[in-house]
Design a protein around this ligand. Structure first.
Ligand code: AMP
Ligand code: MG
Length: 413
């Protein structure tokens, strides 16, 4: 059965926000940071455009041939019987032919070469018969064929890139094609991250009895290593209200964004919400998603604060679903729906109704069909299945257990 009624054994919590409501709040409250930085385009990869960019010129700057062949005036194309045209010059890429053509004349032309004045059509070399100084062409060609016209890609003054776009490799090429060497981007966000927990032991130290290594700081480092972010690793903070207060205040003085892990449940040693309520503003702390229900979003001074849960997989999920969209908002990138699509699930999945659940999945082809299977144990402390996964299987809030053979949504990692 895909659905079941709410019961006391399920995960429904009337005080939780849905993921959509949480994203709405984030979008309403976060404005793009101020400032513009001008950088060489090589340094602009994955940075965000700060202003709309208009084309300073036509691209291509001239009509050019897309084939090796002969450039001619379309009026000289034969209609019924073959025609003979005289070759009066050669146009090579980067070496235009300056001859002005008369009636019944053509020019030898190569791919990328400028179309000489008086020509508008190219006939491929395979479609002509060379007879000394002349070529013979049969009917069946079209005026304008094999020619890329001036301004086909961009015309002077046309919008090339909107503000709020992450620049991709193609964008760098596009800017270069316009002769633009530097581009105006949003400043990098200053992002501080820290982990909380008396049980955490940093790499290089010997774990005391009951301690575990701090994996979340490395997960956060990996998730946050982005060209638009400047990272400050603020280490491990003890489960102590004063230590947390000190760490958060220091981070707030130097950051646009603070991300912490752990200490946001309602256990005795979970002080993050309490400290934030006292020093800043808590906007929400429970979302009906799994993993990742206890999650704090608020502000501290001028910094935006995310208190992520301590479980490593919950960090990864809440990062993808909420933190990354928030970072994009702060950089001025409009929020878009995550890309999800439906495939058949070939595993039985266990689920209780009540929360939108993100299970770790492996998407692969089976006899020509894309299917998804469970990546293994789904406990939010288990990183091995997260490491194997290449997607999340997204299961609706109201769904219960999912039998193999069901259609499910997947979201690529
Ligand atoms: P908490 O949210 O602080 O109650 O932590 C929830 C679970 O995640 C506990 O089992 C913690 O030991 C574990 N945990 C918290 N922080 C980390 C961390 N930085 N690295 C690995 N596990 C963690
Ligand atoms: Mg803890």
């Amino acid at each position: 059965m895909l659905t079941s009624n709410p019961s006391c054994a399920d995960d429904y919590d009337p005080n939780s926000l849905t993921l959509g409501q949480a994203l709405e709040r984030i979008a309403q409250q976060l404005y793009p940071i101020d400032g513009i930085e001008q950088v060489p385009i090589r340094s602009a990869l994955q940075r965000v455009t700060a202003v709309p960019l208009l084309s300073p010129r036509n691209v291509p700057p001239h009509d050019y041939s897309m084939m090796d062949g002969y450039a001619l005036n379309g009026d000289d194309l034969p209609r019924t019987a073959p025609a003979v045209l005289k070759i009066v010059g050669t146009s090579l890429a980067g070496r235009p032919c300056l001859t002005v053509l008369g009636k019944g004349e053509c020019v030898r032309i190569f791919t990328g070469a400028v179309l000489p004045t008086g020509t508008d059509t190219v006939v491929m070399q395979e479609h002509v018969e060379v007879q000394g100084e002349n070529i013979r062409i049969a009917p069946g060609h079209q005026v304008g064929q094999h020619v890329c016209l001036v301004g086909t890609d961009f015309q002077t003054g046309q919008l090339v890139l909107p503000a709020g776009k992450y620049l991709q490799a193609a964008d760098l090429g596009l800017l270069a094609s316009l002769g633009i060497a530097e581009v105006q981007v949003k400043p990098k966000l200053q992002v501080s991250f820290l982990t909380t927990g008396d049980e955490l032991c940093s790499l290089g130290q010997l774990p005391k009895p009951g301690q575990i290594y701090d994996s979340n700081r490395y997960i956060l480092y990996g998730l946050l290593s982005q060209p638009s972010l400047n990272l400050q690793d603020r280490g491990v903070v003890a489960d102590d209200p004063q230590a947390i207060e000190n760490a958060l205040l220091q981070a707030a003085a130097h950051s646009d964004v603070i991300i912490s892990s752990g200490g946001v449940s309602v256990g005795d040693a979970d002080y993050v919400i309490e400290v934030l309520q006292r020093l800043g503003k808590v906007n929400f702390w429970k979302i009906a998603i799994k993993p990742g229900r206890p999650l704090t979003f608020g502000t501290l001074g001028k910094a935006v604060f995310f208190g992520l849960p301590g479980n490593p997989v919950a960090i990864i999920n809440t990062f993808y679903q909420l933190v990354q969209p928030a970072l994009s908002c702060l950089l001025g990138v409009p929020l878009t729906e995550p890309v999800r699509f439906k495939v058949t699930c070939v595993s039985d999945l266990r689920k209780r109704p009540g929360r939108l659940e993100f299970q770790r999945g492996i998407l692969r082809q089976e006899q020509g069909q894309w299917v998804v299977s469970s990546a293994g144990l789904q406990s939010s402390g288990v990183l091995s299945s997260m490491s194997r996964a290449n997607c999340f299987i997204v299961l609706d809030q109201d769904w219960g257990n999912v039998p193999a053979g069901s259609e499910v949504w997947v979201q690529l990692l």
